[in-house]
Design a protein around this ligand. Sequence first.
Ligand code: PMP
Length: 366
Amino acid sequence: MITAVEIEAKAKELKQKGYPVISLAIGEPDFPVHESIKDTIYKAVLDNKTYYPNPQGILELREAVAEYETKRKGIHISPDEILITAGGKPVIFYSIFSLCNKDDEVILLEPYYLVYPYWCKVLNIKYKVIKLEENGTIPKDEFLKALNSKTRLIIINYPNNPQGSLMNKENLDLLLEALEKFSRLYILSDEVYSELVYEGEHISIFKYNKERVILLESFSKTYSMTGLRLGYGIFPIDMIKNLKTMNSNLITGPSTPIQYAGIVALKDENVKNYVKTMLEEFRKRRDFLYEELKTFVKFKPQGAFYYFIKIPYDGLEFCNRALNEKYLAITPGILFGDSFKNYVRISFANSMENLKEGIRRFKELL
Ligand code: PMP
């Protein structure tokens, strides 16, 4: 199955050949990385901070993450519980790989981020899929039917890519009860969009049971640092030692200067204001697109930066047509689960100008 990154690469190739391509396919903020972050990277290199990092992540960054997350979650988080990774994706692999064995099961909620089933398949781990309601609600009966003593891991993602939904209180209770009932069960909570919330409150299950919930976070979306590759997992302490060794044997860690940049991203007031500006810009784009799309969508995203749209066509064919006929790159819904063959995802992490033209082309095709 093609990935959104691959669609983006094809769109870039066409653009390089001179075609007037607009890409609303990938979840990548169009803002440049903040100057303070850039300066920190240059300075780290000039100061010879170019040696191997600690394979768990440099201590100063883990301390900064611990401080930031302690404040946000209202529970104590120690630098010892944190593993710094090259973007958030490795946390998905590490969680499935280190927790699940052949007879275990994983529960995924659809629409899901493609990386979850990818690693289950590669690692030969069985998974069950439950379809979320459009507002992100987990259907209770189906969930309870899927859950059993073999369920080792549930992967959740709020704010959700691609639905833009948040977790509600009933879901929180349902998941916490599941953890209570099944002692081998863990939850991986993918919260890479946690700072991109337009309305409502982002509930993080992590703070209610950090012994059995893994938190996945990333610098990619919040700080527009997609290509710098920085993220982290906060793991139950007994998992950390093995993961550190794994990191050490695999990549050692994200490059040292980028880790120093991560500290500035979390602490610098100017960066914080920049994130607020980006959020307000995303909100304007979300509202603009809602007006354009309201005959097709019922749900206005509460977080992240996508519209997930049902169309009267096969989504994959429609996306191919969009790229080949209109030079518009968008993502087919099938990437987020088999239930979404007639869906497409549009990202509004792009300039208003591109959105206006992109949506014009989109409507022409419908
Ligand atoms: N989780 C979700 C839900 C995502 O949408 C993404 C990026 N598209 C990631 C994780 C991983 O992002 P990164 O590896 O860039 O941190």
